[in-house]
Design a protein around this ligand. Sequence first.
Ligand SMILES: [Zn+2]
Length: 415
Amino acid sequence: MVKLQQNVDAIRISTRIEALACCSSTSIGVTRLPFSVESTAAERLVEEWMKAAGMSVRKDGLNNIIGRYEGKDSTAPVLMIGSHLDSVIEAGKYDGILGVITGIEVVQTLRDNGIVLDHPIEVVGFCDEEGVRFHSTFLGSKAIAGTFTAEDLQRADEQGITIAEALKGIGIADPYAYKNSSRTPEELLAYLELHIEQGPVLEKENEPVGVVSGIAGATRFSFEIIGKPGHAGTVPVAIRQDALLGACDLISYIEKIAFKNEPLVATVGKLTVSPGASNVIPGLVTGTLDIRDLNVERKQKAIDAIFSESERIAKARGLQIKFEQVMEADPVYCNEEMIKLIEESISERSGSVITLVSGAGHDAMAMADVTNVAMIFVRCKDGLSHHPDEFVTVEDMGAGAEILYSTVIKIATKQ
Ligand SMILES: [Zn+2]
């Protein structure tokens, strides 16, 4: 009799996601900050499920949780899969978590089918990706990639508690133990992450799963538009130097530039108007500009165009417009060979292959400093994320886990 191959269990994935959603400090949505009571409760569940799937489990010096499923050759480089266990404030249930739970499901399915791959598989739940508590992203993956620093230990939360102190609070007495977290390029075969899309493309294309070509680079500026305040009733419109009208022109132009350079995205997310009174002409506007693209050259051209238009606006309206760059993150390109294997897995499952650029940052970005990375995106309802209404169907979770399962087999099998 031919033994039937076990498939991934979508119901089990969904049940576990629901259980983890209860590890939250708020009743609305999921709030699970790193090194908290809620995160410790979540880790306990994850550890239990990893063990049930046949993995040996350990925590590293920065409290990343790592389950290992041995390969035929235990000295061969490791294929790491996973995502993050922390959340934003009042988040959804799937962001991060889905990558960890489907990773465990993949290993459980391998074990149930009696499959041992050439390379060891490690499923990782990173302690902190969102950066909500300590205002710095990718803490867990940076520790593994070896880019977490001693200065990072002194980052403090709103209560003034540093990372070093928070680690002590959960029983990691030696803060420098983070150094043991780091892995060398030789130790790792690759890093593969499944994550919800957090955008609307897959839903529009009517596909449950897509492959990521890369994570967009981001440049962030703060800007200042200086005009001249005056009496709203007495200064004729023709001679005003209204900073807010300059901001309107600038923001409209930024939208135009983004449309012209799609898939580039540009956002003015914050604006303050001074003095901010109903009867005073705005004399000063400050704001932020966030601009992202996988294509560095196209992004730079768009920035240059925005700068030269801002000069024109300033001249036309008698204003001063100043930009200051506050952040620059390079794009990360996913590994071509891994992309091909994900595409094969999607095609074999009879889906058409949708390729996406990630506009959001992910742990894969930090892991790219130490190894090749690739990402699988799973459709979410209305593209909504970082919100209590974030939603993924059980069928889509199952589809994502199946693609992850077959991709892991392909990657971890020696050619
Ligand atoms: Zn995430």
